[in-house]
Design a protein around this ligand. Structure first.
Ligand code: ARG
Length: 254
């Protein structure tokens, strides 16, 4: 008897899940003329960066694929990284997508979609500079560059002390400061670090690997917008299952 009950319950659950899925589709179709607004910070190649006037990259393409599935028009806005979560919280933007790491602090402020990619913190150093190894970072007088509001900023401040860390609005400005000697190293995510080193090929920059853990990147959505969260996760699941997501990542990360 118990067994039948369990089977029955499973059947009911499957049916109601199917019902949810089909409602989501209908809603998406109904909002065919709707806009999906996304806030990002576009100095984060290969996730988001400028190609001429256009913002391109993994996040933009994944967001476009999600918008297509929802029958919505994607609108991408480039703002300061530390303004993205507040912008999602106030409802100015539907979502924040910026190679953004899921962490406890942010989970108190916004919801996150399922993860679509990962990153790890590394350190860019300059040939002949004060920092040549991770051990050097603790030395007196060392200044660590980071991007404001990032996990790199949080790690650098908690591991080496606030007073040693300088925050920049753009990752490109942090790296420019390393090149001109204002900071001695820059802590940020591995793929953008590689892109910045490649973009400044004559500057004698290189990357130190750290022992920080792998971070999950996900899309930030307002805590009150469960409808969008459900739809985005459903779209992401499809994009994962049919290989679209991996295809986009492989296009940008060799
Ligand atoms: N993953 C890091 C974080 O979430 C850095 C993200 C910076 N993203 C950007 N588009 N600038 O804090």
């Amino acid at each position: 008897m118990k067994k039948y009950l369990a089977l029955l319950l499973a059947a009911i659950m499957a049916l109601s899940l199917a019902a949810c899925a089909s409602t989501a589709k209908t809603d998406a179709a109904a909002s065919a003329s709707g806009k999906l607004t996304m806030a990002t910070e576009a100095t984060f190649q290969p996730y988001e960066y400028y190609d001429g006037d256009a913002i391109v990259g993994i996040d933009v393409e994944v967001a476009q694929a999600i918008a297509d599935k929802l029958g919505m028009e994607l609108e991408v806005t480039d703002i300061a990284f530390d303004s993205i979560i507040p912008g999602v919280q106030t409802g100015k933007y539907d979502m924040g997508m910026a190679g953004m790491t899921v962490n406890e602090e942010r989970l108190e402020q916004v919801n996150f979609s399922d993860s679509y990619s990962t990153g790890i913190q590394v350190v860019i150093v300059k040939e002949g500079g004060k920092v040549q190894s991770l051990d050097d970072m603790g030395a007196d007088g060392v200044v660590i560059g980071t991007q404001s509001g990032t996990t790199g900023f949080t790690y650098a401040s908690s591991d080496f002390g606030d007073e040693k860390v300088k925050a920049f609005t753009k990752t490109t400005d942090a790296v420019a400061a390393l090149i001109n000697g204002q900071v001695d190293c820059v802590m940020l995510d591995n793929e953008p670090a590689k892109a910045l080193v490649a973009a400044n090929a004559d500057a004698g920059l290189s990357i130190l690997d750290t022992a920080y853990t792998v971070e999950d990147y996900a899309i930030a959505i307002n805590k009150d917008n469960n409808d969008l969260l459900t739809k985005v996760n459903a779209a992401l699941a499809e994009l994962k299952a049919d290989g679209t997501l991996q295809g986009i990542i492989d296009k940008y990360i060799k």
